[in-house]
Design a protein around this ligand. Structure first.
Ligand SMILES: Cc1cc2nc3c(=O)[nH]c(=O)nc-3n(C[C@H](O)[C@H](O)[C@H](O)COP(=O)(O)OP(=O)(O)OC[C@H]3O[C@@H](n4cnc5c(N)ncnc54)[C@H](O)[C@@H]3O)c2cc1C
Ligand code: FES
Length: 277
């Protein structure tokens, strides 16, 4: 995996998504960092060049896409740092540390089901653009806001995406039941990748364990340093119980004896049966 670089990048533009009543979601285009490589599922830590007194630490964001000209992130305003990011203007400078973390699994000849909840769609943009056999991919996307609030078209132009609007708790329950059935369909010979809020990922984890489906979960645990030093992002590791589930080994993966692992360095993607969160 490429070594992460600390660099100062220039804001090229900031594009709001959704109409004004749903404001708070933006695509941020930055000048291209001099990375050797990157892989979908990895993330960056970002902060302004002059950190404000109330936002000293950088914040993690999934890498959406890297083109020959730019690095694209997509974010929603959640608090102080992201409110500051929404005020960036073309020409502003930011500090970027990346690419960080582990990539999502890519198995070109295996039917792969992508499960995204809300902003969990972001890492899948790069995933579908880089995948060598996108016809093996399909996606279920659960969302509470209109599709115009998400970078939906960037995924939908490459693969078939099935959107599920979740306006009420019963819509959400119906979506989770549908996801459970889809996991069952892929359990025997497919791969499943899921990104989204923790309650969604816990529901996917429960279904995946029940169906014994090979599933990776991409966590969005809160992070302070992003490089394994502060232990602010640890999750509990468990020894996988099912010897029939093939998990390609990664050199950075937690040793089976580890009790806790950092999401930033051992994740953010983990096999569903290897963590408790
Ligand atoms: C690996 C990773 C990838 C991420 N990718 C994206 C992305 O592509 N786009 C995006 O919009 N966000 C993403 N996030 C979440 C993003 O980092 C947080 O929304 C951001 O740090 C909030 O900073 P803030 O100062 O604006 O809010 P804060 O003031 O720090 O927090 C505001 C509110 O948001 C909650 N919050 C903060 N961080 C998180 C988190 N990680 N998960 C859930 N709730 C949180 C807090 O509990 C609080 O209620 C990612 C997080 C991780 C760990
Ligand atoms: S964020 Fe500091 S150890 Fe992971």
């Amino acid at each position: 995996m490429a070594h992460p670089l600390l660099s100062r990048e220039t804001v090229l533009d900031l594009v709001p998504f959704g109409d004004s009543s749903q404001a708070g979601r933006y695509a941020l285009r930055l000048s291209l960092p001099k990375w050797e490589a990157w892989s979908p599922g990895q993330f960056v830590m970002i902060r302004p060049v002059e950190p404000a007194a109330d936002v000293l630490l950088p914040r993690p964001f999934s890498i959406c896409l890297v083109t020959r000209r730019d690095l694209v992130l997509f974010f929603q305003v959640a608090g102080r740092a992201t409110a500051g990011m929404a005020r960036l203007t073309p020409g502003s400078r930011v500090v970027i540390w990346g690419p960080l973390g582990s990539p999502l699994a890519v198995e070109p000849h295996v039917p792969t089901l992508l499960l995204a909840g809300g902003m969990g769609i972001v890492p899948f943009i790069g995933y579908v653009h880089q995948h060598p056999t996108p016809w093996e991919l399909s996606m279920e996307f659960g969302h509470r806001l209109p599709l115009s609030c998400y970078p939906f078209d960037s995924v939908n132009e490459k693969i078939l995406v099935d959107p599920h609007l979740e306006k009420t708790p019963s819509h959400r329950d119906a979506f989770l039941a549908f996801v459970d059935a889809r996991i069952g369909e892929y359990a025997a010979s497919g791969l499943i990748l899921a990104c989204g809020p923790a309650p969604f990922l816990r529901a996917v984890q429960t279904s995946a364990l029940r169906h014994r489906a090979r599933t990776q979960l991409c966590l969005e645990t809160r992070m302070a340093c992003g490089v394994g030093a502060c232990l602010g992002c640890v999750v509990r590791a468990v020894v996988p119980q099912d010897p029939d589930i093939a998990r390609p080994l990664r050199p950075d993966y937690p040793a089976p004896s580890a009790l806790h692992v950092q999401t930033c360095t051992c994740g953010p993607s983990f096999w569903a049966d290897s963590i408790l969160f």
